[in-house]
Write a protein that binds this ligand. Sequence first.
Ligand SMILES: Cc1cc2nc3c(=O)[nH]c(=O)nc-3n(C[C@H](O)[C@H](O)[C@H](O)COP(=O)(O)OP(=O)(O)OC[C@H]3O[C@@H](n4cnc5c(N)ncnc54)[C@H](O)[C@@H]3O)c2cc1C
Length: 249
Amino acid sequence: MTPPALLLPVVDRIRHDAQRRRLTVATTTRLTPNMLRLRLEGPALAGFRSASPGDHVKLFVPDGAGGTVMRDYTPRRHDPVAGWLDIDFALHDAGPATLWALSAAPGDTVEIGGPRGSMVIGGPIRSWVLVGDETALPSIARRIEEMAAGMPVTSIVAVPGAADRQVIATSADHHATWVHRTDPTDATGLLAALQRVDLKPQTFVWIAAEADVARRLRDAVLARGLPPEWLRAAGYWLAGEADATVKDL
Ligand SMILES: Cc1cc2nc3c(=O)[nH]c(=O)nc-3n(C[C@H](O)[C@H](O)[C@H](O)COP(=O)(O)OP(=O)(O)OC[C@H]3O[C@@H](n4cnc5c(N)ncnc54)[C@H](O)[C@@H]3O)c2cc1C
């Protein structure tokens, strides 16, 4: 039998055609006080493919000065038969994507691009630990929903308050920890919750949050001896910088 130290997760990188699609807003739903779901639909969704919960699409939104800017969002759920795609927006004070989502109404149109590629993580994984803030929650929730029945998974998600928690329907063996915080650049609560999680051999840890928070979480995991191959960490946004991400910390 292969000793656990020699076992590595398998990461498959799949390329897709980076097609641009104009879609129509079908519905807008306030899931929680700080999370808004837009359901997008339209014939242009034909052929859309998102192979991993870590995927992102580029959303083209007005910049408020007559131009267009792009922002990254997770394909939260896609139904190729019914022909819709859900995107969940974590609401914050500023930013063209957030402002566009807040003002969107059924019948409005928007362009998306991608995903250009998918990173599918598999192999001899025996359990998962998923850590992040509300911008990572769409990816975390999707991953848990799509997980094999009985797979042990711990999620640690920082949200503004108890009303921002979400129910995640899954047949995986899911243990959810919610951290309530006022400052999304404060890693203290997430670090404390992560410290309490047992990192057994063959546990894959996935982290996404504000870049400095994600970096501190990653460092805390590595300091506990998890081999780096068993970890992915990303900065989904950078405090004080518009349109800024660090896809691989
Ligand atoms: C792979 C990937 C997937 C992502 N998926 C999602 C997703 O599904 N849902 C989602 O909501 N976000 C997601 N994000 C994060 C999202 O792209 C950023 O939050 C983005 O900056 C929002 O754009 P904006 O136009 O609203 O703000 P920007 O114009 O980019 O930023 C304006 C200001 O707001 C700050 N800011 C940005 N985001 C936040 C925040 N969440 N809280 C507080 N301040 C913030 C910036 O530091 C800046 O000062 C994802 C990012 C990546 C890299």
